[in-house]
Write a new protein. Sequence first.
Length: 292
Amino acid sequence: MSPYPADLEAWRRAGRIAGEARELGLRLARPGVLRRELADQIEAYIRGHGAEPAFPTNLSRNWEAAHYTPSDTDEVALAAGDLLKVDVGAHIHGAIADTAATVEVGETHQHDRLVRAVREALEAGIRAVRPNGAVDEVSRAIERAVHAQGFKPVVDLTGHSIEPYLLHAGKSIPSVGGYSTASLREGEVVAIEPFVTNGEGHIEDGPFGNIVRFRADPGNRDPALARAFARFRTLPFTTRWVTDPAERAALKGARRLLQTYPVFVETGRGWVAQAEHTILVGPSGAEVLTAV
Ligand code: MN
Ligand code: MN
Protein backbone atom coordinates (compact mmCIF):
# COMPACT_ATOMS: atom_id res chain seq x y z
CA MET A 1 0.00 0.00 0.00
CA SER A 2 1.23 3.50 -0.81
CA PRO A 3 2.46 5.38 2.26
CA TYR A 4 1.19 8.63 0.71
CA PRO A 5 -2.22 10.20 1.39
CA ALA A 6 -4.79 8.93 -1.13
CA ASP A 7 -5.88 12.54 -1.70
CA LEU A 8 -2.34 13.85 -2.15
CA GLU A 9 -3.45 16.38 -4.77
CA ALA A 10 -5.81 17.96 -2.21
CA TRP A 11 -2.87 18.34 0.24
CA ARG A 12 -0.83 19.98 -2.52
CA ARG A 13 -3.70 22.29 -3.49
CA ALA A 14 -4.35 23.27 0.14
CA GLY A 15 -0.62 23.96 0.47
CA ARG A 16 -0.52 26.26 -2.53
CA ILE A 17 -3.61 28.17 -1.40
CA ALA A 18 -2.24 28.59 2.14
CA GLY A 19 1.10 29.79 0.74
CA GLU A 20 -0.61 32.34 -1.50
CA ALA A 21 -2.79 33.52 1.39
CA ARG A 22 0.34 33.95 3.54
CA GLU A 23 2.00 36.08 0.85
CA LEU A 24 -1.18 38.15 0.47
CA GLY A 25 -1.16 38.78 4.22
CA LEU A 26 2.48 39.87 4.16
CA ARG A 27 1.76 42.32 1.32
CA LEU A 28 -1.33 43.79 2.99
CA ALA A 29 0.32 44.24 6.41
CA ARG A 30 0.85 48.01 6.32
CA PRO A 31 0.62 50.65 9.08
CA GLY A 32 -2.99 51.67 9.70
CA VAL A 33 -4.53 48.41 8.46
CA LEU A 34 -6.96 46.90 10.99
CA ARG A 35 -5.72 43.48 11.99
CA ARG A 36 -9.34 42.20 11.93
CA GLU A 37 -9.63 43.27 8.29
CA LEU A 38 -6.28 41.69 7.50
CA ALA A 39 -7.42 38.36 8.96
CA ASP A 40 -10.76 38.61 7.12
CA GLN A 41 -9.02 39.25 3.79
CA ILE A 42 -6.61 36.33 4.20
CA GLU A 43 -9.47 33.99 5.09
CA ALA A 44 -11.62 35.32 2.22
CA TYR A 45 -8.78 34.50 -0.15
CA ILE A 46 -8.67 30.91 1.14
CA ARG A 47 -12.45 30.48 0.81
CA GLY A 48 -12.42 32.13 -2.62
CA HIS A 49 -9.93 29.58 -3.92
CA GLY A 50 -11.72 26.40 -3.00
CA ALA A 51 -10.41 25.73 0.50
CA GLU A 52 -11.50 26.52 4.06
CA PRO A 53 -9.34 28.12 6.76
CA ALA A 54 -7.91 25.28 8.87
CA PHE A 55 -7.68 27.65 11.83
CA PRO A 56 -8.23 31.37 12.41
CA THR A 57 -5.41 33.43 10.92
CA ASN A 58 -2.90 34.06 13.70
CA LEU A 59 -1.68 37.65 13.73
CA SER A 60 0.55 37.64 16.81
CA ARG A 61 2.80 40.64 17.27
CA ASN A 62 6.16 41.47 18.86
CA TRP A 63 6.60 39.34 22.03
CA GLU A 64 3.39 37.44 21.29
CA ALA A 65 4.66 34.27 19.63
CA ALA A 66 1.40 32.63 18.55
CA HIS A 67 -2.33 32.02 18.98
CA TYR A 68 -3.71 35.52 18.68
CA THR A 69 -6.53 36.09 16.20
CA PRO A 70 -8.58 39.30 16.12
CA SER A 71 -12.07 39.11 17.58
CA ASP A 72 -15.04 40.40 15.57
CA THR A 73 -14.91 43.70 17.50
CA ASP A 74 -11.13 44.21 17.28
CA GLU A 75 -10.39 47.75 16.09
CA VAL A 76 -6.61 47.71 16.58
CA ALA A 77 -4.57 48.86 13.60
CA LEU A 78 -1.10 47.68 12.68
CA ALA A 79 1.63 50.18 13.54
CA ALA A 80 5.03 50.80 12.00
CA GLY A 81 7.60 48.67 13.80
CA ASP A 82 5.20 45.84 14.66
CA LEU A 83 6.85 42.46 14.23
CA LEU A 84 3.88 40.54 12.80
CA LYS A 85 3.63 36.79 12.42
CA VAL A 86 1.17 35.87 9.64
CA ASP A 87 0.28 32.23 10.38
CA VAL A 88 -2.23 30.79 7.94
CA GLY A 89 -4.01 27.45 7.57
CA ALA A 90 -6.08 26.08 4.70
CA HIS A 91 -7.78 22.72 4.32
CA ILE A 92 -9.64 20.83 1.62
CA HIS A 93 -11.84 18.13 3.17
CA GLY A 94 -9.39 17.81 6.06
CA ALA A 95 -6.21 17.92 3.97
CA ILE A 96 -4.46 20.66 5.94
CA ALA A 97 -1.65 23.10 5.17
CA ASP A 98 -0.12 25.31 7.86
CA THR A 99 2.36 28.08 7.01
CA ALA A 100 3.74 31.28 8.49
CA ALA A 101 6.14 34.12 7.88
CA THR A 102 7.15 37.24 9.78
CA VAL A 103 7.05 40.83 8.53
CA GLU A 104 8.17 44.03 10.19
CA VAL A 105 5.33 46.45 9.47
CA GLY A 106 6.24 49.76 7.84
CA GLU A 107 9.75 48.74 6.77
CA THR A 108 11.39 50.11 9.92
CA HIS A 109 14.15 47.44 9.61
CA GLN A 110 14.84 47.01 13.33
CA HIS A 111 14.56 43.22 13.23
CA ASP A 112 15.91 42.21 9.83
CA ARG A 113 18.46 39.84 11.39
CA LEU A 114 15.85 38.10 13.50
CA VAL A 115 13.55 37.68 10.50
CA ARG A 116 16.41 36.38 8.36
CA ALA A 117 17.52 34.00 11.12
CA VAL A 118 14.15 32.30 11.36
CA ARG A 119 13.89 31.99 7.59
CA GLU A 120 17.33 30.39 7.40
CA ALA A 121 16.48 28.10 10.32
CA LEU A 122 13.36 26.88 8.50
CA GLU A 123 15.35 26.27 5.31
CA ALA A 124 18.03 24.39 7.24
CA GLY A 125 15.36 22.23 8.89
CA ILE A 126 13.72 21.45 5.55
CA ARG A 127 17.07 20.48 4.00
CA ALA A 128 17.62 17.98 6.84
CA VAL A 129 14.38 16.05 6.12
CA ARG A 130 14.92 12.45 4.93
CA PRO A 131 12.50 9.52 4.76
CA ASN A 132 13.30 7.34 7.78
CA GLY A 133 15.61 10.12 8.96
CA ALA A 134 15.62 11.22 12.57
CA VAL A 135 13.47 14.17 13.63
CA ASP A 136 16.46 15.12 15.76
CA GLU A 137 18.51 15.79 12.60
CA VAL A 138 15.92 18.42 11.64
CA SER A 139 15.90 19.88 15.15
CA ARG A 140 19.69 20.11 15.29
CA ALA A 141 19.84 21.81 11.89
CA ILE A 142 17.33 24.41 13.07
CA GLU A 143 19.17 24.98 16.34
CA ARG A 144 22.53 25.38 14.59
CA ALA A 145 21.13 27.93 12.14
CA VAL A 146 19.53 29.99 14.94
CA HIS A 147 22.66 30.02 17.10
CA ALA A 148 24.80 30.94 14.08
CA GLN A 149 22.83 34.21 13.94
CA GLY A 150 23.24 34.86 17.66
CA PHE A 151 19.60 34.25 18.66
CA LYS A 152 17.69 31.63 20.64
CA PRO A 153 15.12 29.14 19.37
CA VAL A 154 11.89 29.09 21.38
CA VAL A 155 12.16 25.72 23.08
CA ASP A 156 8.48 25.25 24.03
CA LEU A 157 7.06 25.66 20.51
CA THR A 158 7.52 22.87 17.98
CA GLY A 159 6.57 21.78 14.51
CA HIS A 160 4.15 18.90 14.23
CA SER A 161 2.85 16.09 12.09
CA ILE A 162 -0.50 16.68 10.38
CA GLU A 163 -3.26 14.17 9.73
CA PRO A 164 -6.71 14.59 8.14
CA TYR A 165 -8.67 17.13 10.23
CA LEU A 166 -5.92 16.99 12.85
CA LEU A 167 -3.54 19.96 12.87
CA HIS A 168 -1.30 18.71 15.68
CA ALA A 169 -1.18 14.98 15.12
CA GLY A 170 1.19 13.75 17.79
CA LYS A 171 4.71 13.90 16.39
CA SER A 172 6.61 17.04 17.47
CA ILE A 173 9.49 18.67 15.59
CA PRO A 174 11.45 20.60 18.23
CA SER A 175 13.65 23.56 17.29
CA VAL A 176 16.33 22.25 19.65
CA GLY A 177 18.26 18.97 19.43
CA GLY A 178 18.09 16.19 21.99
CA TYR A 179 14.31 16.13 22.57
CA SER A 180 12.98 13.73 19.94
CA THR A 181 13.69 10.05 19.33
CA ALA A 182 11.09 9.82 16.52
CA SER A 183 11.84 9.43 12.84
CA LEU A 184 10.14 10.70 9.71
CA ARG A 185 8.23 8.33 7.51
CA GLU A 186 7.84 8.62 3.74
CA GLY A 187 4.40 9.97 2.85
CA GLU A 188 4.03 11.84 6.14
CA VAL A 189 2.89 15.48 6.18
CA VAL A 190 4.75 17.64 8.67
CA ALA A 191 4.79 21.33 9.60
CA ILE A 192 8.25 22.66 10.41
CA GLU A 193 8.09 25.94 12.32
CA PRO A 194 10.99 27.45 14.20
CA PHE A 195 10.38 30.46 16.42
CA VAL A 196 13.41 32.63 17.10
CA THR A 197 13.81 35.30 19.77
CA ASN A 198 16.22 37.75 21.33
CA GLY A 199 14.53 37.02 24.67
CA GLU A 200 14.76 33.96 26.92
CA GLY A 201 13.64 31.29 24.45
CA HIS A 202 10.52 30.26 26.35
CA ILE A 203 6.85 31.14 26.31
CA GLU A 204 4.12 31.46 28.90
CA ASP A 205 0.35 31.64 28.63
CA GLY A 206 -1.04 35.12 28.07
CA PRO A 207 -4.70 36.19 27.75
CA PHE A 208 -7.34 34.36 25.68
CA GLY A 209 -6.55 34.86 21.99
CA ASN A 210 -10.09 34.34 20.56
CA ILE A 211 -9.36 30.81 19.33
CA VAL A 212 -11.39 27.77 20.44
CA ARG A 213 -11.85 24.15 19.40
CA PHE A 214 -14.44 21.42 20.03
CA ARG A 215 -12.96 18.78 22.32
CA ALA A 216 -15.42 16.22 20.94
CA ASP A 217 -18.62 15.89 18.92
CA PRO A 218 -21.36 17.60 20.99
CA GLY A 219 -24.02 15.31 19.45
CA ASN A 220 -27.46 16.43 18.36
CA ARG A 221 -28.95 17.74 21.64
CA ASP A 222 -28.60 21.31 20.44
CA PRO A 223 -29.16 21.83 16.69
CA ALA A 224 -27.21 25.11 16.61
CA LEU A 225 -24.26 23.46 18.31
CA ALA A 226 -24.48 20.50 15.93
CA ARG A 227 -24.35 22.92 12.97
CA ALA A 228 -21.25 24.59 14.38
CA PHE A 229 -19.59 21.21 14.89
CA ALA A 230 -20.50 20.10 11.36
CA ARG A 231 -18.69 23.16 10.07
CA PHE A 232 -15.56 23.17 12.25
CA ARG A 233 -15.25 19.57 13.44
CA THR A 234 -12.29 19.47 15.84
CA LEU A 235 -10.32 22.17 14.01
CA PRO A 236 -9.62 25.49 15.74
CA PHE A 237 -12.06 28.31 14.99
CA THR A 238 -13.11 31.73 16.24
CA THR A 239 -16.46 33.38 16.91
CA ARG A 240 -15.44 36.00 14.31
CA TRP A 241 -16.55 33.30 11.81
CA VAL A 242 -19.91 32.65 13.47
CA THR A 243 -22.58 35.10 12.33
CA ASP A 244 -25.69 33.07 13.15
CA PRO A 245 -27.06 34.35 16.51
CA ALA A 246 -28.35 30.91 17.57
CA GLU A 247 -24.93 29.34 16.98
CA ARG A 248 -23.23 32.20 18.85
CA ALA A 249 -25.52 31.71 21.84
CA ALA A 250 -25.06 27.94 21.76
CA LEU A 251 -21.28 28.30 21.73
CA LYS A 252 -21.41 30.75 24.63
CA GLY A 253 -23.34 28.19 26.66
CA ALA A 254 -21.03 25.35 25.69
CA ARG A 255 -17.71 26.53 27.08
CA ARG A 256 -17.13 23.15 28.75
CA LEU A 257 -17.14 21.47 25.33
CA LEU A 258 -14.60 23.91 23.96
CA GLN A 259 -10.87 24.04 24.37
CA THR A 260 -9.72 27.68 24.59
CA TYR A 261 -6.26 28.79 23.52
CA PRO A 262 -4.24 31.41 25.37
CA VAL A 263 -1.84 33.67 23.49
CA PHE A 264 1.74 32.41 23.86
CA VAL A 265 3.95 35.23 25.11
CA GLU A 266 7.76 35.19 25.26
CA THR A 267 8.77 34.98 28.94
CA GLY A 268 11.49 37.67 28.65
CA ARG A 269 9.24 39.84 26.44
CA GLY A 270 11.79 39.29 23.69
CA TRP A 271 10.90 39.91 20.07
CA VAL A 272 9.74 36.75 18.31
CA ALA A 273 9.89 35.79 14.63
CA GLN A 274 8.37 32.64 13.13
CA ALA A 275 8.64 30.87 9.79
CA GLU A 276 6.68 27.75 8.85
CA HIS A 277 6.14 25.45 5.90
CA THR A 278 4.11 22.29 5.58
CA ILE A 279 6.14 19.61 3.84
CA LEU A 280 5.57 16.12 2.49
CA VAL A 281 8.28 13.60 3.31
CA GLY A 282 9.13 12.42 -0.20
CA PRO A 283 11.37 9.60 -1.50
CA SER A 284 14.57 11.65 -1.18
CA GLY A 285 13.64 14.61 1.04
CA ALA A 286 11.04 17.28 1.70
CA GLU A 287 8.52 18.46 -0.86
CA VAL A 288 7.47 21.92 0.35
CA LEU A 289 3.69 22.05 -0.03
CA THR A 290 3.24 25.70 1.01
CA ALA A 291 5.78 27.28 -1.33
CA VAL A 292 4.45 29.84 -3.82
MN1 MN B 1 1.93 24.76 12.87
MN1 MN C 1 1.04 27.71 11.86
